[in-house]
Design a protein around this ligand. Structure first.
Ligand SMILES: [Zn+2]
Length: 42
């Protein structure tokens, strides 16, 4: 199997409001849903 759970469920901490933004379904958000701040890609 090629499933890597560590790469899927890695929450991003927003640099502005410090909230944890979890990637849903392996789709990485580009903006914070709370404050609309741009999130780092990595
Ligand atoms: Zn934010």
């Amino acid at each position: 199997m090629c499933f890597r759970p560590a790469a899927v469920s890695k929450p991003i901490e927003c640099p502005n409001c410090k909230k944890k933004v979890a990637s849903v379904g392996g789709k990485r958000l580009k903006q914070c849903p709370y404050c609309k701040e741009d999130l780092p890609e990595k």
